[in-house]
Write a protein that binds this ligand. Sequence first.
Ligand code: HAM
Length: 438
Amino acid sequence: MSERDDASIYRSPVGTHDVLPPQSERWMQIVATFAGRAARFGYGLVVTPVFEHVEVFQRVGASTDVVRKEMYELTDRGGRSLALRPEGTAPIVRAYVQHRPTPPWKAWYLAPNFRYERPQKGRYRQHWQLGAEVLGVDDPDVDVEVIALAHGFYAELGLQRVRLVLNSMGGPDDRARYVAVLRDYLGAHADGFGEEFRARAEQHPLRLLDAKDEGWQDVLERAPQITEYLSAEAHAHFEHVQRGLDALGIPYELNPRLVRGFDYYTSTTFEFASDALDAAQNAIGGGGRYDQLAEEMGGPATPGIGFGIGIERVLIACEAEGLPASSGSRLDAFVIDGVGDGTVATLVAALRESGLRADRTYGGRSVKAQWKVADRSGAAFAVMLGRAEAERDSVGVKNLRTDDAQIEVPREQVAGWIRARREESGITKEHGITGERG
Ligand code: HAM
């Protein structure tokens, strides 16, 4: 083996991380919020494999770093060339081409993505995306719907410092015409900017447009703009999208230099930037149309549009905006065993099966130690199985958030009693995904 020592082997690999409680509660809340919206908008969950044949991705981004330089590629024991998913659109389109569902096909997904990037805050080698894709309609109303799905998601989480940036790449012909003009322009202004500028201007002129290098900004700002090269049809589509967003009261800014990182984009493109994050990693979501992709993958000509949202970046944005992670306690009840006859196990089980979140300690700890754990657990109520109460088939219940004295409740009724208190205080709605019963 390599000379790595145990200390580095038994850590998550560089650029990856674990999500543990209590942070994972917000993670779950983010996923549940998105899942709820996607369902309300009529999207169905689609789960695709973590790896695909490498060609699925090569076809969509031969000129993009994500595919050329950052992909995790592997050969399996059967000699197949596979790649860990670097992004979510290609697998969804591959699944569409494979299964041919009736269009329009409205899909949403939650999936890890892998990119061999230089890790920094907000940029990881494994990141999670929530996304949505619609295949089979080129109606600009769909562009508006897709953008509204994402826009309202950030709002539902309580994020306020989110900007929507909008552009159009036009149809494939518009794009090709523009790229030629841009390449000429950049080539003519490359003197003194060094070899890197010249090479990028020649090979990937679009990618240069959002380069951050200070010295290049003047030339980039004066570059011809894609929106001047849109066909009448592409222009009308883009106008329709803008009017649709206006009608829904969704603010946006136009930026003809917004160039998204994949080759498949046509027509409407967009990005959501968080002003609470560092400028280099402020994209908390992005997407656009890809009207040629299904055909390029051997399927019927099928327009498509969608977006991906980086969960880690949304988490950082929530933190940066000071949003509280959770509105209440994780647990409804903590059961304290003062009798030691095994009743604790049946009582905890009964509470849980009735829909309450309940926990206990293990290993026969002293009553005093159990109370300490109950206090620290953040549970709403302690349920005390005391000897005296046990003789009367009842339990003691203490509100852990108030100074109210412990009261006695018949054991049969304790679940209902706590549920009633919980409903009064509205804690039930805390996660919206706890699978409540009764
Ligand atoms: P993307 O812009 O590459 O687009 O990624 C979407 C989002 O994923 C970004 O806005 C960002 O929030 C997050 N993200 C990307 N890379 C990283 C990373 N290394 N670490 C943390 N977060 C990251 C796509 O992937 C397209 N498939 C989106 C799309 C869907 N276009 C059409 N449909």
